[in-house]
Design a protein around this ligand. Structure first.
Ligand SMILES: [Cu+2]
Length: 730
């Protein structure tokens, strides 16, 4: 490509600006400077935009000719790599261990055994000691009903810097993984033609790629022991990422001590035990005698075991990721993201068992449950790289960071070999701020069967999916039997961004494939190659009825609340102890002030066992917010005032609610089974970090809970607690 001298000069300027800018990003990421400092120095505006000063703003659109979006950096190098030149790795299945492998054994209350602390930790001097587990101590943070739901399966994972994967387990034979030999060591690269990531450029589960998959089933409680092996020294982060973490099982219906509360983070050298009981919502109030065969779980030998709870609350596709206060975007982007498939009698991951309950969705037949041959996890995430090919992130785009390299399962533009039959794809938008609108390159149909954790009441056939918001999951079925062997068809992104606030334009398939978009995230990002007929006939089904919604009409509504998500937030609380954030994005509750996040502030306290209606309103038309409410999925009652505006693919249970520009949603949810402090926030994680997040809690269901709950303040020497500030209408 011919580049003029002027363009070269401007690219050099941009590279220089990038370096200056990254110095500030780095200083901010390790707590050396605050937003207030940046305001004082005149480097950012009150709205959070980095000002054009001292060469700090490298984004000069015209410098890059076409093909750049505001990553905040010059275009990412692609090292001459061609699209669709490498296979897409399937997720790396986490081994399921007996709990007896955990040493020390898990405990109901946090394990406060002391260890010597590393003096590189913040606020630590040689000789200091601190607890081995980072979970806040005492009865309020004990695992609820631990003995009743004593874990039967253990996952043991680390968070650590980039290393080569020598234990890859895709869970399928290599002919179902595009021929990848799992025994071959897998260095941490986003494409075999890209450079290996430096130790502290990428921090993933177990330090490796592909992303990890946990396979669980209802009625089988799990203990996930998460070891923090990130650098003790907070400055060892290659420019972004915070070494403290809190792991959120996204939409888990678990006690809050296991929810990855943003203020319950833990330090390098510590572990945190997350207890996931895997009960159906309504466990203690509906179908308590477990007589309904639809509320059930695979028994391991082709049959079912009934479980209590409401079968219409059965969930299928989760993910888990970091929730560190003010640093979630950096940490998730840096690699803290995994998926979790939940199996049940209805959705057991076996397409052959014909028992009148099993929906027989595409999966496989060899195992009782959890077959992955035709049930494929896809994680979409846009990334950006510096001149050396190392992952970079820019916290100064407060609209929302956008990468210019779209990856699937952390691989740049891969291909995936398929058979002529039906496949299920569990698609996760694991990006920071990017929405995707997915179509197939030939315009042929896909069948959407799930939205977020839940299967829909009925499948929906679409030639273009809706824009999938950040953290949303769309489960779809594609039938490749319509193609001949040798055919290729691509998954295409039609949603063009020119900033992180929302998609700027939706393109036709032809436009998206033409390469004319200024957004390199647009176009084909994954290629399916139809390589053979299936060895066995495809016996999978997509039944016309999947999982209907629970009927809540007989359950009284105890309270209605209103939340407005917008810009111009204020922070009345001190930020000195780290529990309150500055930031322009905020949440206005029940007509009060637009407030920036503080995890020491209780905004709403629904009553244990109650049902409420929440209105979620977008305070502006110039942005979209995918709002995530933790703990129980909800039903959308209306969109912009009318139930008719709720599209068929949003009529199941949801945990992320796209507000759409200027939009308003009414949702209803229940507050059952478990207690503690939870959150509601925008899942554009830049908005979340700056500071569109609020704490709510269920605290009146009896001992040991208190109203309000004390706020944890983690330190390496141990978690202390402070008083909680309660909003008057909470
Ligand atoms: Cu947002």
């Amino acid at each position: 490509m011919w580049v003029s001298d002027k363009s070269k000069r401007r690219l050099a300027e941009a590279e220089n600006a990038r370096r200056n800018r990254l110095e500030i990003v780095r200083a901010r990421s390790i707590g050396q400077i605050s937003r207030r400092d940046l305001l004082k120095w005149g480097l950012i505006s009150a709205s959070g935009a980095l000002l054009w000063k001292h060469g700090l703003n490298p984004f000069v659109r015209s410098a890059y000719a076409s093909g750049n979006i505001p990553t905040g950096f010059p275009p990412s190098p692609l090292f001459g790599v061609q699209p669709f030149s490498t296979p897409m790795p399937r997720f790396d299945v986490l081994p399921r261990f007996p709990v007896s492998v955990l040493n020390p054994a898990p405990t109901r209350e946090a394990n406060t055994t002391l260890q010597l602390l590393d003096p590189r930790l913040p606020g630590v001097v040689a000789g200091d000691q601190g607890p081995i587990e980072g979970r806040p101590p005492g009865p309020i943070w004990a695992h609820q009903r631990f003995e009743e739901f004593f874990p039967q399966v253990a996952f043991q994972v680390t968070q650590e810097g980039s290393k080569t994967n020598t234990a890859y387990n895709p869970g399928v034979a290599s002919n179902h993984n595009s021929g990848i030999n799992p025994a071959a060591p897998l260095p941490l690269k986003f494409h075999p033609g890209f450079p290996t990531q430096d130790l502290n450029s990428v921090w993933t589960f177990n330090g490796t790629i592909p992303p990890k998959l946990a396979q669980v089933r209802y009625g089988e409680p799990v203990l996930l022991r998460h070891h923090n092996r990130l650098p003790f020294d907070v400055t060892q982060n290659n420019g972004f990422g915070r070494h403290t973490i809190s792991t959120h099982e996204h939409n888990g219906h678990h006690g809050a001590e296991n929810d990855g509360f943003t203020g319950a983070f833990f330090f390098p050298g510590q572990f945190y035990d997350y207890h996931w009981p895997w009960v159906l919502a309504g466990h203690f109030s509906i179908n308590t005698a477990a007589t309904d065969p639809r509320a059930s779980t695979p028994n391991g030998s082709g049959g079912r075991m009934n479980v209590p709870g409401d079968w219409r609350e059965t969930m299928s596709s989760h993910w888990f990721h970091d929730h560190m206060f003010e640093h979630t975007a950096e940490n998730v982007y840096k690699g803290n993201a995994a998926m979790c498939n939940i199996y049940s009698g209805l959705d057991r991951g076996n397409e052959a068992i014909n028992d009148g309950v099993n929906l027989r969705l595409p999966s496989g037949t060899a195992k009782d449950f959890g077959n992955l041959e035709y049930d494929v996890n896809l994680m979409l995430a846009d990334k950006a790289f510096d001149n050396n090919g190392q992952l970079v992130f820019d916290i100064f785009d407060r609209d929302g960071f956008l990468g210019d390299v779209v990856t699937t399962n952390l691989t740049y533009k891969p291909f995936f070999e398929v058979e002529r039959r039906k496949y299920r794809f569990r698609i996760l938008n694991g990006s920071v701020a990017r929405f995707y609108k997915i179509a197939l390159s030939d315009g042929s149909p896909m069948i959407q069967i799930g939205n977020d954790g839940n299967l829909l009441p009925a499948p929906v056939t679409l030639t273009q999916l809706d824009e999938i918001g950040i953290a949303e999951r769309y489960d779809i079925v594609i039938d490749f039997s319509r193609y001949s062997i040798g055919s290729r068809v691509q998954m295409v992104n039609l949603a063009e961004h020119d900033n992180g606030r929302l998609p700027s334009k939706l393109l036709s398939i032809r436009e998206a494939l033409s390469g004319a978009s200024s957004d390199p995230g647009v176009g084909a990002f994954l290629e399916f190659r139809v390589v053979r007929n299936p060895a066995q006939p495809d016996v999978s089904q997509v039944p016309p009825v999947l999982i209907p919604n629970p009927d809540l009409s007989q359950i009284p509504v105890s309270r209605e609340r209103e939340f407005e998500f917008g810009r111009g937030a204020s922070q009345p609380l001190s930020t000195a102890d780290g529990s309150a954030s500055e930031g322009e994005w905020g949440v206005k509750t029940d007509g009060g002030d637009m407030l920036a996040a503080a995890f020491s502030r209780l905004t709403s306290a629904p009553r244990f066992g109650s049902r409420e209606i929440w209105t979620l309103r977008n305070g502006g038309g110039g942005w979209d917010h995918p709002v995530h409410i933790h703990f129980e999925e909800g039903q959308i009652l209306s969109r912009d005032g009318s139930a008719a505006n709720v599209p068929p693919w949003e009529r199941g249970r949801k945990d992320v609610y796209r507000l759409r520009p200027g939009g308003e949603l009414k949702i209803t949810m229940q507050f059952r089974d478990w207690q503690g402090m939870f959150m509601q926030h925008c899942h554009n994680t830049v908005h979340e970090d700056h500071a569109m997040l609020m704490r709510w809690e269920i605290d009146d269901g009896g001992a040991p809970f208190l109203r309000p709950l004390p706020t944890p303040l983690p330190r390496p020497q141990g978690v202390t607690f402070r008083d909680t500030v309660v909003l008057p209408k909470a």
